[in-house]
Write a new protein. Structure first.
Length: 135
């Protein structure tokens, strides 16, 4: 419970609680290592910061990336939106380890570019590949 002063009156505001999702997604890792740090990835049904709903959050102190996988109305988010959020938070981790900062516009731009890259990349057809001894 949070107590806030509002025009000489005090009001009680319930603090919104994060709700961890009971599901795993095959395209989001559970853990990863970056710069010799092992990070966890947690999926959420509801995720908040000071009662404001969030799509994602990078927390260096706890070495975790939190990703909301549901819209604020309770409906599932699309795979593209979840991946964009994950990449956004991952780029916050890259940026933090590089300069211990957190530039929102940089993370958003890199996440968008990574999503576009993943969506439009094309590989050679299997029958066109002639280097059979390489993976």
């Amino acid at each position: 419970i949070i107590i806030k002063r509002f025009i000489n009156h005090y009001i009680w505001i319930s603090k919104m609680k994060d709700v961890i999702a009971n599901e795993k997604l095959p395209y989001i890792p559970e853990t990863f290592t970056l710069g010799c740090h092992t990070f966890k990835v947690q999926l959420y049904e509801e995720l908040y910061d000071d009662n404001a709903p969030l799509y994602g959050q990078f927390d260096y102190d706890e070495q975790v990336i939190r990703v909301n996988i549901f819209k604020h109305n309770g409906k599932p988010l699309s795979k593209e939106c979840i991946l964009n959020t994950y990449y956004h938070e991952l780029f916050h981790a890259f940026n933090y380890l590089w300069n211990t900062g957190g530039d929102e516009s940089l993370a958003s731009t890199f996440a968008m570019l990574k999503c576009e890259y993943e969506t439009i990349k094309k590989y050679a057809k299997k029958e066109d590949i002639n280097a059979s001894d390489r993976e």
